[in-house]
Design a protein around this ligand. Structure first.
Ligand code: SAM
Length: 286
């Protein structure tokens, strides 16, 4: 079958994957949602023709957006995931024995329904009794909470449509307010190759609000440029001061105690993006 899915990653760059079968397509009230069975990456979920997750490489993203944060907090009990309708972040959050409640706030219930049907290996943990699924705008949900969550994970789409506000300073202030006094949050913050200005601005905004602001990296083949940024804002705990030798074995395939440390070592071009004015740079340049 000569059928291809193509994502326009930037106005001048496309990625194409050969498709074995189109498994699902629909227009939801928020976006165009599709699932393809691809030769290279297995089943792949897309929103508005942008790859969200694939069975082959999802573990990198979901392990890194969760475990770095949850292992930085000494005892995370209440955890919020914003977006993340595929369920992959929730699956990883539940690997932490201290977690009593994991709340998923997803704006588009169809993403959850379709992930349950076509991506069971990613979404299965949504049925765990510790999970509460809320269909709502994450910005609104966070605005209604004060001093409530130990960890907030912003597992969002790119900064377009309903996700734009999830990359704004006002939202980061609401996140700060929604966290407990030693709480912390992490967000996926795009490609250092193609979203350089966005990453600099986000780092500045988070640094204005949180005493600790750090960027870390992972390699995700299906995201533009492959190299991907995550940004953490923390009230008290520093992800680079975690005693990694004491971390529990979480049965992961990308994250490990060594990767926890290594992910904060930034190449000079990324250090440059997140450098404090007049300072040494944040995010682990050594
Ligand atoms: N791993 C993905 C990536 O970086 O491409 C993100 C995956 S997850 C499917 C993103 C989810 O965020 C989508 O299902 C989308 O509906 C949801 N979303 C976007 N804006 C949102 C908002 N304001 N509140 C809650 N969920 C939102």
């Amino acid at each position: 079958m000569n059928c291809w899915f193509t994502e326009l990653q930037t106005p001048d760059l496309k990625i194409s994957c050969r498709v074995k079968k189109i498994l699902h397509e629909e227009k939801t009230p928020f976006q165009h949602l599709a699932v393809y069975d691809t030769v290279q990456f297995g089943r792949m979920l897309t929103l508005d023709d942008v790859i969200q997750t694939t069975v082959k490489d999802e573990f990198v993203y979901h392990e890194m957006i969760t475990h770095v944060a949850l292992n930085t907090h000494p005892h995370p009990r209440r955890v919020l995931v914003i977006g993340g309708g595929d369920g992959g972040s929730i699956r990883e959050v539940l690997k932490h024995g201290s977690v009593e409640e994991a709340v998923l706030v997803e704006i588009d219930e169809r993403v959850i329904a379709v992930a349950r049907e076509y991506l069971p290996e990613i979404s299965f943990a949504l049925d765990d009794p510790r999970v509460k699924v809320v269909i709502d705008d994450g910005i609104k949900h966070v605005g209604e909470k004060k001093g409530f969550y130990d960890v907030i994970i912003v597992d969002s789409t790119d900064p377009v449509g309903p996700a734009i506000g999830l990359f704004g300073k006002e939202f980061y202030q609401s996140v700060y307010d929604a966290l407990t006094e030693d709480g912390l949050f992490v967000a996926q913050t795009e490609s250092p190759f193609f979203n350089a200005e966005l990453i600099s601005r986000i780092t500045r905004d988070i640094r204005d609000i949180f005493p600790i602001a750090k960027v870390f990296l992972a390699c995700i083949p299906t995201y533009p440029g492959g190299l991907w940024c995550f940004t953490m804002g923390s009230k008290k705990h520093d992800p680079e001061k975690v005693e990694v030798e004491k971390l529990p074995d979480l049965q992961t395939r990308y994250y490990s105690p060594s990767i926890h440390k290594a992910s904060f070592i930034l190449p000079p071009f990324v250090q440059e993006l997140v450098r404090e004015e007049g300072g040494q740079g944040s995010g682990g340049g050594r």
